[in-house]
Design a protein around this ligand. Sequence first.
Ligand code: IVH
Length: 687
Amino acid sequence: MSKVNEAINKLTKELNEHNYNYYVLSAPTISDYDFDILLKELQVLEEKYPEFADENSPTKRVGGDITKNFPSVQHRFPMLSLGNSYSKEEIIDFDTRVRKVIEREIEYICELKYDGVAISLTYENGELKKAVTRGDGASGEEVTANIRTIRSIPLMLKGDYPIDFDIRGEIVFPHANFKKLNEERKKLGEPEFANPRNTASGTVKMQDSSIVAKRGLDCFLYAVYGNNLSFKSHYQGLTNAGKWGFKIPDESANYIKRVKTIEQIMEFIDYWDEKRSELPFDIDGIVIKVNAYDKQEELGYTAKSPRWAISYKFKAERVFTKLNSITYQVGRTGAITPVANLESVQLGGTTVKRASMHNADQIERLDIRVNDTVFVEKGGEIIPKIVAVDFAARKKDSNKTIYIANCPECETPLIRKEGEAQHYCPNESVCPPQLKGKMEHFIGRKMMDIDGLGAETIEQLFEEDLVKNVADLYDLTSEQLLPLDRMAEKSVNNLIDGLIKSKEVPFAKVLFALGIRYVGETVAKTLVKHFKTLDLLMSATVDELIEVDEIGERIADSVVSYFSEQRNVELITRLKAKGLQFEIGEEELKGTSSLLEGLIFVISGTFNMSRNDIKKAIEKNGGKVGSSISKKTSYLIRGENMGPSKLKKAEELDVSMVTENAFLKMIEQNPSGDFVTDSKPTQGRLF
Ligand code: IVH
């Protein structure tokens, strides 16, 4: 084994262990900083020597692979569903049925019924090979690249694992991460996600695995499947899986319990019915399984589900209360959200005073009116919602709710774009919550991060008529600020210093800070990397924007529309004059070159490096990636097993072809050729 390979293996092993300690045992033994250094070391080695990079390397946790179409994959063992029950009588009937067949002592395993998306993981020789969604139970979609980013799922196993087995579980969106995601979306003026389950399901099927990596999904495993497994029961399967590195239900936290009687089953149900609101993730019931495999076999299956297991579904927590009034909130982007103000009521362990009604359609559909008695439910959603109205309790004199036609803050007539559920206030340049919201966004920690300036100060400056937009902030003087309430000399100096310092904030953050709809942190970075200056970005057309990797039509439209507004152009002109950064800095330019500028590459076939890395290398060096061969194609990067039709087309059009090695040589001479290998010189036609 070469020295490099040895080093890669050692780092991989170390990182896997640290990952396990952190995400499975929740007991890290090194700091995040030290972990990142080790990871970076591995990343550098893998980029330099891609021939030694493993598809299950810990570097895959950060994602990066793009999947356009998820292939359909047949399950080796069908993914059955569980028989549902909603009452304790049905659980008693289940137990009676089981005991009639078995007529011996029975051990049940009680577990949580995680509310997420089912996943089946295939491991071969201790490595994760495939992750497939449930689909129709017979076959599902392969989403491996996305699942690799879930840190609690081991990519390489340890201990005495079977050579070939499947393990199944549920992907869930932990509450804390879900909340964080929605807070970020709110800041960006994007609609918030309604509930963790649907968002987990959408996230698993995203094309860009690096976005999945950032969202922080988790996975709870609930069954091992395989031929000739060495253990004899479901419980032993899980305990063994724990030894191979999987995160399994915590018995000491009562996430799983071995029981022998129906009374103990009921106890488990009651315990979680009461305590489930304290869990950091959603469950929608509990599952009861006969433990021993031989007894499971005796009991057998119906067409759809096993006769040896059943789920008990909790009733959604629901209370009724009075709707006192409806108010309307205006967000930073002008989006209107109707809010139900309720008579306070206890629900799922918290006091509820407000509930969501989403939009005008929802109010209309449920015919919700002020003074109604309404049913409020806390389903998967974090914010409770009104699910129904008690029409019998409605007073005769009640009036149908008429959705507001004008902005509650600035009176401007609202608009509603075709196909969108939300109403908007279009008065962006005057409407107070929009103006304040935009400034609050601008000063945020991840944006301009202005010391000495917070939401309260923005409110104060706005009320005092000192600022209306972000450019006004840079006109503020000590003389204006000193007479204000709570503004001592020290805080004034602090604020002015903070503003001066913010002029050094790099362009990508400035772009994010502007608050262009759909231009978040990552998109801003991508745009800056590609266009390099604001002037170039401002003159880009929708088509040119779409050409950029990861920029879709929705973002492109939003960017073009933002810069087509005269007032935005004026705002930027003022910010430029104040000295803010509107060009990519030296630091960010490092690692890019214009070596391939003007060249269009088409990549076809399979390679040692991932396609995505080749793509990144082209873009980093100023080239473009085309999807199909045309007269415009400068080079075809030709991998193994390239389709004959592509080859024929390239020959017909006389497109130059290069091998992977030849391409690497092409970029070798430049400082950003991070991908250069020490591989043999090319056998390509060109070099
Ligand atoms: S066992 C053959 N255990 O519930 C039985 N399923 O209808 C296979 N689920 O979508 C399932 N928590 O993904 C089992 N502890 C648990 C579970 C669980 C959630 C989901 C599962 C499936 C549905 C079953």
